[in-house]
Design a protein around this ligand. Sequence first.
Ligand code: NAD
Length: 371
Amino acid sequence: LKIVTLKETEAGERRVALVPDVAARLVKLGCGLALEAGAGVASSYLDSAYKDVSIETSQRDMVASADIVLAVNPPSLSAISAMKPGAILISLFYGRNHPELVKALRDGKISCFAMEQVPRISRAQAMDVLSSQATLAGYYAVLLGTTHMQKILPMMTTAVGSLRAAQVLVMGLGVAGLQALATAHRLGAVTEGYDVRPETKEEAHSLGAKFVDTGVDATGQGGYARELTEQEKAKVRAVLTDHIARADLIVTTAAVPGRRAPRLIDAEQIAKMKQGAVIVDMAAEGGGNCEGTKAGETVQVGPAMIVGPVNLPSCLAEQASELYAKNVLNLLQQIIKDGKISLDMTDEVIAKTLLTHDGKITNDGVRQVVE
Ligand code: NAD
């Protein structure tokens, strides 16, 4: 069984889908491995670190001979076109955003596992790329925020008096938000968290943070949030405005599946913030939680600086790649039986993660958009 790994081409992408430790595990499973030359360099894994892996310079030849292709982002049309019918592709895909590539997968009879579709169930946690990457992103968002602040996070006693601890507010307490709270707490900040799912209150407390209770419960399906009604938005806003005004650093992470990122902070609230306050809007790529956020930019809006980072996991590429590759290995262990590919279509994880298979688009939502 030949498994090959592509070099990422997206601007700003530093991650790689295979790391040397995971390669060694796959070699032990009896797989033949190939890596596009230099694929791991940006995440600190030199070609020489991959033992028993063939380093290839022709992507086309490498891909044409592969049974399984690994990538972080959707590969190019030319890479997909070079794959043999029946081969497997494993990558993040977000099919709705790439209709032409999805058609190429369908027409080429490629079985594509879109890693963002792994169901959020306990059994699939070890394959959950969204969680592994969000964990690192949440940590990094706080560090990024501190580099734009003119204050430190912890209380500090000096010969000329004490410096007060900074106030950090995290809005949206999913995987990334909880990690942001934990990181700010470790660095000595006074922390507050807010979410529309009430069960996050206990999680915030366990991380040493206060919970801002707005009295709104917007728990949706599958443990995700739903969109708020206009009435609920007004109620939330009334409670949050003071907390926003008091914060030195705010990290926003709110997302609702399939929708534009909800607006949590508006221009009027920003105008009331402290001079020098910083907002890191982790939802920047999905439209932003904050009025004025620009994806990929840092902008000054009145008293506050708004940072709109894109692809935060890539900033921690070495470990983001390590976790990604381990998530992929756990999926591979589900689909490789006795050295052969065996797809059990009755398995919920396999069925839900597959985007295309056997000449069909198997994800209903993506099929409706693409066909
Ligand atoms: P996400 O990225 O979809 O959203 C981030 C957070 O934003 C969520 O906590 C959500 O409640 C919150 N949010 C949405 N609208 C908001 C608003 N208007 N105001 C404030 N907050 C708002 O979330 P995620 O990190 O992917 O996690 C979502 C859920 O999935 C959580 O319950 C998490 O525990 C669960 N989960 C389960 C598994 C598993 O069982 N394998 C794995 C990962 C996550």
